[in-house]
Design a protein around this ligand. Structure first.
Ligand code: MLT
Length: 402
């Protein structure tokens, strides 16, 4: 009989958001009358920007004629999109990223998971707690030992680098799940730590389009020394509403190197390119044209409006929590609010409580790690009517002193 990867046996039985879906579905079955407001998984609700729709219609027409039809595309993405990204997200902001250092993908979740393919066994992994569960789960699958830096109310949910060394560091800002955003000084401390220990940072910037406060960094590469120690992942899921379309990208600067067991070093760019061209077929041409459209003047304005809409949702939720006397962080420059639960309740107790008493789906903080225990996360991705309803219900349950 074929052997299995026993590391999978060390995982919780279901992925966090699958487990939430399962519990909500079970609740709805027994309470068909319940009008649920879903503030759990961060899934977008607003239609795609008009610029994308137009670009996709045009791309569909191209696919309908032999002269303009496209078959297999380049695995790392079409040059038109790699160029638009390198230019629009980096070079125009004074960051020297070459077009071929951009790898188009079907999203950051896959990129941060797949990146482990090109890294060896035995790396010392460091990530915050609480953390986006994909970083932890994929390292467990790979059999890696993980250390956690604790993100707490005391450090504003932005942990400082520890004294102990690490080889691979995961950072995510604006943060999922807490909504905390690191300053340039805080990121610079992590970049200095990475250099001190010859480590690599995997920087997840999936929520950068929500940053509005001037001077807060949107990219790790705003720290000049990061170009030889950091890989950055970005996504169009939340900026352009692409959760269903699927498109993101990974920046792998050629200067980022890893160590060979036999001595010497190797550029991760070459390895990632090899991995992607072998295991990935690229993103659909039509979808890449939609992503390119986000970089037009029209597209940029529409992204600003879309993310502004969710930020206003976050502000409404924050106001409601404040009025309800709840302690929370996030919701500014980020679409998530990280809320302290009721005294004596675990995160899953609080999840059940919010569902049963207020019909609100939240994400239990402990699903993001031990330090998330006692918290819950609210997502601002929803239609306005639902957010307003969630605000009313949050006010009502606070009166009942739940
Ligand atoms: C979340 O709710 O944490 C995200 O939507 C999950 C994801 O992007 O994979």
């Amino acid at each position: 009989m074929t052997f299995i990867n026993e590391n999978f046996l060390k995982l919780s039985e279901t992925y966090l958001f699958v487990e939430i879906g399962r519990r909500v579905e079970a609740y709805c079955k027994t309470h068909p009358e319940a009008a649920i407001v879903r503030c759990g998984i961060g899934d977008v609700t607003e239609p795609l920007p008009d610029a994308c729709i137009k670009a996709m219609h045009k791309a569909v027409d191209e696919m309908a004629a032999r002269e303009t039809f496209r078959g297999y595309g380049p695995e790392a993405g079409y040059e038109f999109l790699r160029h638009a990204i390198a230019e629009g997200d980096f070079r125009q902001r004074g960051i020297e990223i070459a077009d071929d250092e951009i790898f188009i993908s079907d999203g950051s979740k896959c990129d941060c998971a797949n990146f482990l393919d090109i890294l060896g066994a035995g790396n010392r992994i460091l990530m915050p707690d609480p953390v986006y569960p994909v970083y932890a789960d994929t390292n467990i699958m790979a059999g890696n030992a993980i250390s956690f830096s604790q993100a707490t109310a005391e450090n504003g949910f932005v942990p400082a680098p520890p004294d102990a060394p690490a080889d691979l560091i995961y950072l995510c800002f604006p943060n999922n799940p807490t909504g905390a955003v690191a300053t340039k000084e805080q990121l610079a401390a992590w970049v200095a730590y990475a250099h001190r220990h010859d480590a690599i940072i995997l920087f997840d910037a999936a929520y950068e389009s929500f940053v509005r406060t001037p001077d807060l960094p949107k990219s790790i590469y705003e720290i000049p020394d990061a170009l030889d120690c950091a890989v950055e992942m970005r996504s169009f899921s939340k900026s352009g509403g692409f959760t269903g379309l699927r498109c993101g990208y990974c920046v792998v600067p050629k200067a980022v190197k890893g160590r060979k067991q036999s001595g010497g070093e190797k550029s991760l760019h070459a390895l990632w390119s090899r991995r992607q061209s072998t295991k990935f077929n690229g993103v659909a041409y039509i979808v890449q044209r939609a992503a390119e459209a986000l970089y037009s003047d029209e597209g940029r304005a529409q992204v600003a409006a879309l993310t502004g809409f969710y930020l206003e949702n976050a502000r409404l939720l924050a106001d409601a929590l404040t009025r309800a006397g709840r302690s929370f962080v996030g919701g500014v420059d980020a679409p998530y609010l990280w809320v302290k639960g009721n005294k004596g309740m675990t995160s899953w107790d609080m999840f059940a409580h919010l569902l049963e008493q207020a019909g609100i789906v939240a994400t239990p903080g402990s699903g993001f790690g031990a330090k998330g225990e006692g918290y819950f996360r609210l997502s601002a991705f929803n239609i306005r009517e639902n957010i307003e309803e969630a605000c009313r219900r949050l006010a009502a349950i606070s009166l009942e002193k739940l």
